[in-house]
Design a protein around this ligand. Structure first.
Ligand SMILES: Nc1nc2c(c(=O)[nH]1)N[C@H]1C(S)=C(S)[C@@H](COP(=O)(O)OP(=O)(O)OC[C@H]3O[C@@H](n4cnc5c(=O)[nH]c(N)nc54)[C@H](O)[C@@H]3O)O[C@H]1N2
Ligand SMILES: Nc1nc2c(c(=O)[nH]1)N[C@H]1C(S)=C(S)[C@@H](COP(=O)(O)OP(=O)(O)OC[C@H]3O[C@@H](n4cnc5c(=O)[nH]c(N)nc54)[C@H](O)[C@@H]3O)O[C@H]1N2
Ligand code: SF4
Ligand SMILES: [Mo]
Length: 766
């Protein structure tokens, strides 16, 4: 039975904000004005990039948008209500604290969804600058910081990230990534699974290196079930083999750009296939075969993600990844690992030496961790709050972050948070972290937010640009997330609550234009910035900033210099996006090293290599190690509250190999106690040969059993927090990234008596 469409039903294009794939969605809406509801979401067939692809998370957009637990107004401790009053509390508390204790007394934590919101792309940098604090912590040090450090050292720019040219490559060596469940990361590709299938259909080969036989591994020509934490050794042996067997051939396009090539053979001399084989548990001849395949494929890309990043040798693994791409001549060539060029990126300019990349310009106060890309390790946040003395963090601003579940040792962190003088959270939920906030400022639901991918377009396998405006207007008096953050920027900078939030955007626009007109390479060189500013269009500050970036960007109209070029108005005429073509070679223009070359053996890397050599001389441990996993119908710590995405395989269980289960006396479905450096958890056992012997797997983002949260659905099946097994001391030293994969654990069965004690009565077996 079909119902006639009511007059108030309509559709709207919207880019999905729920993972890095950035699929275009078509939302169905009912109702008018700010009370309109999203009733459904389907893949947008007209989308220039995703062409209709959608996954179960995107399909649940309506449920997410309508989640009754989503906060509708600010929560402030004490007898305070309303937005103005909430910002007044922030102003009253924050400025005196900075005046008394200095800017470093305020810490900032930025979480993952900042790359999925327009506000998160525009304001956090300004917030940190306005505060003047060196206490910046982000999800990057639980994730991709090793890649930034590697790119910083190799290429001089931590944001120059080579991505596999997925649609053209003939050979993909994929390590520590499971795009069939994650939909890809640092490689934005709607329908990643379909693109992998297409690779195989055109005769290309896929090799997956993962201690688990993942859905991605099942799709591959070859699955290498490596021992966790040893990818750096494997990659070093591949590079060694290419060099030793004269298989390295960077090709003419890289020939004049490689600095340090002569140093590599010496640095990698010890890493022979025979030497690494027992550590990786990969046969030496298999390693040689891989090296030969990489060297002889018409085009090839090596791609490493989370399982090669959040490990003991994270930076070395990421460095070796791109060393291999360079040695095989696949860096910056079609079908290899290429540099996307986003519409809001800086326009290309003549190649020239840059300033290079410095690490450790300052150190964390308590443990002396070096800064990387202005950040300190999130794993060290708790000690920076707890440890008395000058420079202690007394106030914290979290934006889209849930470190109590995402970072090591949540119990310690939550105790630390309770000791803060002031905590401000910008988050739609009252969850494990935000429940500690004195002021909780919820952004509106996604249907009420515009979407532009400032970060992810620069990681996309095809150059394209899409902008979708909010599908539903804000209710009167409710600030969007941009306004919330802009107001925090103003308060942090001492401008108070009287200045309109748009002043923040005006300042950026003026500063950007002043620099552009003074830049001889800019299309607006020598023009009057005030005249240019007056030409910007858009409904609000964020849109004018977007217009500015597009117009000055690589495809921009340059304020009239190229009348056919991009600008906001043109983008708005294309609600399904504009395709900007396949990735194109960009070297040497992307290089910012002081030599203007690719630094194959940067000093900090050379200084870290002895650690890897030491690992070679250590007998592999027999201890059980734990790795993570992601579920397709989940997203880090914050999507367990949607009934439609729950159950099935999306469960917090400990995967154990049958041989280990037998040895440890673990039974299917029974509980096991897992102990690590930071604590222990009790969790149901799932016996499966999808994990290799000696490895167990537990997903992250669970542990929704804290009191004082408002996540009704998530609390019904809370799971356990895997990060409680860590104490924050295991880090990749160069990047400060937490070791979340491949750490030792001890496991014991939980007897029925123990279970009564450890599991709440309702959940105990009867
Ligand atoms: N053991 C283990 N730990 C891990 C990982 C792992 O693989 N294993 N993965 C790590 C990785 S890769 C990452 S990126 C981190 C993620 O770490 P976090 O960023 O701390 O965690 P998320 O679960 O992504 O939390 C996001 C927060 O943003 C809120 N949020 C959602 N949408 C919005 C929005 O539109 N605006 C705002 N302001 N807030 C919003 C959510 O309610 C939630 O509180 O976790 C890391 N932790
Ligand atoms: N459905 C869903 N999608 C997501 C997310 C989510 O939580 N759920 N999170 C998003 C985020 S924030 C990110 S960063 C991306 C991450 O996306 P991916 O990088 O694809 O991350 P994972 O799915 O965690 O895959 C990591 C893989 O590394 C393997 N591994 C663990 N240790 C090692 C090791 O030492 N060596 C090797 N070779 N492999 C190892 C694990 O078994 C796992 O299969 O996913 C994003 N997309
Ligand atoms: S793959 Fe990612 S971007 Fe695409 S619909 Fe699913 S969650 Fe959204
Ligand atoms: Mo992530």
């Amino acid at each position: 039975m079909s119902r006639p469409q009511s007059r108030s039903s309509r559709t709207a294009a919207r880019v999905c904000p729920l993972c890095e794939a950035t699929c275009g969605l078509t939302l169905s809406l009912e109702g008018e004005g700010h009370t309109a509801r999203v009733t459904g979401a389907r893949g947008d067939r007209a989308d220039v990039f995703s062409a209709g692809f959608i996954c179960p998370k995107g399909a649940s957009f309506a449920e997410l948008d309508n989640d009754p637990d989503r906060l509708t107004g600010p929560l402030v401790r004490g007898d305070v209500s309303g937005w103005d009053a909430a910002f007044a509390v922030v102003e009253r508390e924050l400025r005196p604290l900075i005046a008394e204790h200095g800017p470093d007394a305020v810490g900032v934590v930025l979480g993952n969804p900042n790359v999925h919101t327009m506000a998160g792309g525009l304001y956090p940098g300004q917030l940190v600058r306005a505060l003047g604090t060196r206490n910046l912590y982000t999800a990057s040090t639980l994730d991709q910081m090793p890649k930034h450090v590697s790119s910083g050292l190799l290429l001089g720019d931590p944001h120059a990230i080579p991505v596999p040219d997925l649609d053209r490559t003939e050979y993909l060596l994929l390590l520590g990534a499971n795009p069939l469940d994650s939909n890809g990361s640092m490689c934005t590709a709607p329908d990643f699974p379909g693109r992998l299938r297409a690779l195989r259909r055109r005769g290309g080969r896929l090799t997956v290196v993962d201690p688990r036989r993942t859905r991605t591994a099942k799709l591959a020509d070859r699955h290498v079930a490596i021992r966790p934490g040893t990818d750096a050794l494997l990659l070093a042996a591949l590079a060694h083999t290419l060099l030793a067997e004269d298989l390295a051939d960077p090709g003419p396009h890289l020939a004049g750009l490689l600095h340090g090539l002569d140093e590599l053979p010496l640095q990698l001399a010890e890493f022979t296939p025979e030497a690494v084989a027992p550590h990786c548990d990969v046969p030496a001849d298999g390693i040689r075969t891989l090296a030969h395949e990489l060297a002889t494929a018409p085009s090839a890309a090596v791609y490493t993600r989370l399982g090669g990043s959040t490990v003991e040798f994270g930076t070395l693994t990421n460095w070796l990844t791109d060393v291999l791409n360079a040695l095989t001549g696949n860096l910056d060539t079609p079908g290899g690992a290429m540099f996307p060029l986003a519409a809001t990126a800086r326009a290309p300019r003549p190649a020239a030496p840059g300033k290079g990349f410095a690490l450790g310009r300052w150190r964390s106060r308590v443990s002396g961790h070096p800064e990387a890309k202005n950040e300190l390790p999130l794993a060290a946040l708790a000690e920076e709050i707890e440890t008395p003395g000058p420079g202690r963090i007394r106030a914290l601003i979290t934006v889209a972050a849930n470190p109590v579940l995402s970072a090591p040792d949540g119990r310690r962190l939550e105790r630390a948070l309770e000791g803060l003088d002031l905590m401000i959270s910008v988050d739609p939920y009252l969850n494990e972290t935000s429940r500690h906030a004195h002021v909780l400022l919820p952004p509106p639901r996604p249907a009420q937010s515009p979407h532009f991918d400032f970060s992810l377009n620069s990681l996309a396998v095809r150059n394209q640009v899409r902008y979708t405006r909010a599908a539903v207007p804000l209710e009167p008096g409710r600030p969007g997330e941009s306004e919330i953050l802009a107001r925090l920027v103003l308060i942090a900078g001492g401008h108070g609550t009287a200045v309109p939030p748009e002043a923040v955007d005006t300042t950026v626009i003026e500063r950007t234009l002043a620099a552009a007109v003074a830049d001889p390479h800019s299309p607006v060189s020598g023009r009057d910035p005030a005249v240019l500013a007056a030409q910007l269009t858009g409904n609000d500050g964020p849109e004018r900033r977007l217009d500015l970036m597009l117009r000055l960007g690589p495809y921009g109209d340059g304020f009239g210099a190229d009348p056919d070029g991009l600008r906001l108005a043109r983008l708005l005429e294309h609600p399904h996006g504009i395709d900007l073509g396949p990735l194109a070679p960009r070297l040497p223009e992307v290089l910012r090293t002081t030599t203007g070359m690719i630094e194959l053996c940067p000093a900090p890397i050379a200084a870290d290599l002895p650690r890897l050599r030491h690992a070679l001389r250590t007998v592999p441990e027999e201890a059980l190690v734990l790795v993570g996993r992601r579920h397709l119908r989940s997203n880090n710590s914050w999507m367990h509250n949607l009934p439609a995405l729950r159950g099935g395989t999306n469960r917090c269980t400990l995967q154990v190999h049958p041989a280990d289960a037998a040895r440890l006396g673990l039974a299917e479905g029974a509980s096991a106690r897992v102990r690590g450096d930071g604590g222990e958890v009790t969790v149901p056992v799932d016996i499966t040969d999808a994990v290799r012997p000696g490895v167990v797997s537990l997903p992250h983002g669970w542990g929704h059993d804290r009191p004082g949260t408002r996540l009704a659905t998530a609390a019904t099946d809370p799971g356990v927090n895997v990060n409680q097994l860590l104490d924050g001391s295991r880090l990749d030293p160069l990047s400060g990234t937490a070791v979340l994969n491949g750490f030792p654990v001890r496991i014991t069965p939980v007897s029925a008596d123990d279970a009564q004690e450890a599991v709440p009565a309702a959940a105990a077996p009867s």
